[in-house]
Design a protein around this ligand. Structure first.
Ligand code: R5P
Length: 287
């Protein structure tokens, strides 16, 4: 077995290989002068089960790179080529919201048929209920809920959990129920990528409490920020943000969130300044 660290996930790939006791190698990647990617494996692939570790953020170059790597691995005689993409991009565009739009999730699904298997963590499943509706290839969906539960148990004695939108119930509500905390799941209206509003009932209960907002993806951060500003009106003791995939695509929104909360914590599916919850062992134990 070979664990290959692609550009976005070198450290995570090393940790996964370590915990499996598997051979690690870094994919060599650079650019031709015109920007084309140039990739090269630095190890023997013949008859090996190859696991390419590449989280899909930043997104587009990462996909091109991992597809070039997959076809090259096949060409070099790998026995199987498998993708470990802790963050699976393009899952939110799961329908044609406006005429003429691409249903990107399904297209990515087709592109990734090249893999023998795909492992990912907490993919954004909304209108697709199951990853098999997106990918024809074998998939394994992992959840970081247990890791988040452990983090909360270690750091809080009596907190109040908020899910900032309907879809977050599978993380926020489920985590809160498992560890016996009260929770509220907000409803969200999205007007555009940058404009959302959230509302929730029963917020009087957060007064004087440590509040934890749990969501799967913090993309621009608008969803979480709107929730924070709403909750603050009800005088909580503190607010902590727990995200699974921390993108933080808009610096202004990120700064505003930081100003208004005690702490931001994410998993390391995407490396960022807050990625303290390590998913490497979770991944390593899944294959
Ligand atoms: C979508 O419904 C997800 O659960 C997140 O709430 C969403 O991706 C967050 O996006 P943003 O940070 O851009 O508001």
């Amino acid at each position: 077995m070979l664990v290959i660290g692609c550009s976005n996930s070198i450290d995570l790939a090393k940790k996964i290989a370590n915990s499996k006791g598997a051979y690690f190698s870094k994919l060599f990647v650079d650019n031709f002068p015109d920007g084309e990617l140039h990739i090269r494996f630095d190890c023997e692939l013949k008859n090996k089960d190859v696991f390419l570790v590449q989280t899909l953020y930043p997104i587009n170059e990462a996909i091109t790179e991992v597809l070039l790597a997959a076809y090259t691995a096949i060409d070099l005689g790998a026995r199987s080529v498998n993708l470990i993409a802790p963050y699976m991009a393009y899952m939110r565009q799961d329908k044609r919201f406006k005429p003429g739009e691409a249903i990107s999730s399904l297209i990515v699904g087709k592109l990734f048929n090249v893999f023998d298997s795909i492992i990912t963590i907490d993919p954004h499943l909304h209108r697709h209920k199951d990853l098999n509706e997106v990918f024809k290839t074998k998939t394994k969906v992992l959840t970081s809920n247990d890791l988040i539960e452990n983090f909360i148990k270690k750091n809080f004695s009596d907190a109040f959990v908020i899910g900032p939108d309907g879809e977050s119930n599978q993380w926020a509500e489920s985590i809160a129920n498992n560890i016996g905390l009260k929770s509220i799941v907000f409803t969200k209206k999205r007007y555009s990528s940058e404009k959302v509003s959230v509302t929730g009932k029963g917020l009087n209960g957060v007064k004087g409490k440590d509040v934890i907002i749990i969501d799967d993806i913090i993309s621009t951060g608008h969803t979480v920020l709107e929730a924070v500003l709403d909750i603050k009106k009800f005088k909580p003791k503190s607010i902590t943000i727990v995200g699974i995939h921390g993108i933080f695509a808009e610096k202004k929104v990120y700064d505003e969130i930081k100003k208004n909360v005690k702490r931001i914590v994410t998993t390391n599916t995407i490396d960022n300044a807050h990625s303290v919850i390590d998913v490497s062992k979770l991944i390593a134990s899944s294959f």
